[in-house]
Design a protein around this ligand. Structure first.
Ligand SMILES: Nc1ncnc2c1ncn2[C@@H]1O[C@H](COP(=O)(O)OP(=O)(O)OP(=O)(O)O)[C@@H](O)[C@H]1O
Ligand SMILES: [Mg+2]
Length: 407
């Protein structure tokens, strides 16, 4: 625990905030050593709408994670998502600088800078510039051009931007919680770190995260992220439909969905009856489980159809031989995979956490994929030599430091 190789991740979702503390051992294995959860009060669709409440929610999640892990969190890798995110594919070209034509890391950096010079409106800030492939003179499809020889270096890059105001409000909320930011990471990108084997991102996959207010999607092929998008519907819309359809309170609708719900009505026994509390909580009527599923199915179908529309719009359907990977709270509903299989002309499976060696059982479902991905991203994008990290200090280490200062 005295290791400095400990970092924290913060997933600010539309329903819940999840803080994770992870430790990496010498072999690069990652263990989740603490977590904290809080409901996402003060946030709507990933945007801060009430600063005081947002600060309280984040603080609660962070404090719990500190307590469980016995660490003090000073900084986090934070996720960003929502309708304010835009992504474009861009192109940069530079002349190779060395007289012997050997390509250096400096050339690569300049090419990426050139790709960034696309017109970005002043109200947007760049979150990621992700190189997809390089070309050297007329040879394309190069992953790492450093050390190769050529006169012209080109890069294809995926550029992700966020609304400046929205991003600033997230930074401000973190500042108010006394947290520095290690990285700001697009949630869709984080998901890939937690779910995808390298081979899958090579052959082409789409990851779909059905959350509370929104559904995030990210497309990978040839080993890089190619497209990201957001559908403005999620599981809260499903719960709303249940509350209206069965004339009950949202709280009861949510419970019914989680206990008896299914996304495909044909999977459910029409004879099975379930109790529906009246809106005031008193004993209400009974309805068949089939009726509940018949409310859930069309809304889930709508969400998935909007994902299909996005894939069609981006013209990438033919490139996704690896199929679709489902995650997020919506993936917990039985029948979602089967429904998606009917709608998409490709294989569908539930996401399984990868690249994490240990995490508590209660964090292993789709709601926590993004948080784990942020943690992995944080580890992969920090220098692994100790001495630089230490934003999350073990209390033991702090105590040692304090002792050494006293004497
Ligand atoms: N067992 C379950 N069955 C069905 N739905 C569930 C279950 N558990 C949670 N959900 C739904 O999942 C939703 C929350 O999902 P998730 O935790 O992935 O969202 P989030 O990360 O807060 O939001 P987002 O990713 O959209 O920002 C809730 O609206 C809830 O209704
Ligand atoms: Mg989420």
């Amino acid at each position: 625990m005295a290791s400095e190789n400990i970092i924290a991740a913060l997933d600010i979702g539309t329903t819940k905030i999840c803080a994770l503390v992870g430790e990496m051992d010498e072999e690069g294995r990652i263990y989740v050593i603490g977590h904290g959860l809080a409901s996402a009060d003060g946030l709507r669709r990933g945007v801060v709408v009430d600063m005081e409440k947002a600060v309280k929610s984040i603080t609660r999640a962070i404090e719990d994670a500190q307590l469980v892990s016995g660490t003090e969190i000073d900084s986090v890798t934070v996720g960003i998502a929502g309708e304010h995110i835009r992504s474009i594919n861009s192109h940069g070209v530079v002349a190779v600088s060395r007289s012997d034509n050997e390509i250096t890391t400096g050339d690569v950096k300049r090419a990426i800078e050139a790709a960034k010079t696309v017109a970005i409106p002043v109200d947007r800030e760049i979150i990621h510039v992700i190189p997809q492939q390089f070309s050297v003179d007329d040879q394309s499809g190069i992953k790492d051009p450093v050390g190769m020889s050529g006169v012209r270096l080109e890069v294809e890059a995926h550029i992700v931007t966020a609304s400046v105001t929205t991003a600033k409000n997230i930074y401000r909320a973190l500042e108010r919680c006394h947290l520095d930011v290690d990285h700001v990471v697009l949630e869709g990108l984080a998901l890939s770190h937690a779910l995808l084997a390298e081979a899958e991102s090579e052959i082409g996959v789409i990851v779909v995260d059905i959350g509370g207010d929104i559904t995030n999607l990210a497309v990978f092929y040839d080993g890089a992220i190619r497209h990201t998008g957001v559908v403005s519907l999620g599981e809260k819309n499903v719960t709303n439909d249940i509350a209206i359809g069965l004339r009950t309170a949202l709280k009861h609708a949510e419970e019914l969905k989680q206990t008896y719900g299914a996304a495909l009505a044909s999977l459910v026994d029409p004879e099975e009856m379930i109790p529906v509390p009246a809106a005031d909580g008193t004993v209400g009527k009974e309805v068949s489980r089939h009726v509940l599923a018949s409310i859930i199915e069309p809304r889930t179908e709508e969400i998935l159809s909007l994902v299909i529309r996005e894939i069609k719009r981006a013209n990438i359907g033919d490139l996704l031989a690896g199929g679709l990977i489902l995650t997020g709270g919506g993936s917990l509903l039985p029948g979602t995979v089967e429904l998606a299989e009917q709608l998409f002309d490709m294989p569908v499976k539930l996401g399984q956490l990868t690249n994490i060696d240990h995490t508590p059982d209660e964090l292993q479902d789709g709601r926590f994929t993004a948080a784990h991905g942020l943690l992995i991203y944080g580890f992969q994008n920090e220098p692994h030599q100790t001495g630089h990290r230490g934003q999350v200090k073990s209390l033991l280490k702090r105590f040692e430091n304090w002792i050494s200062k006293q004497f």
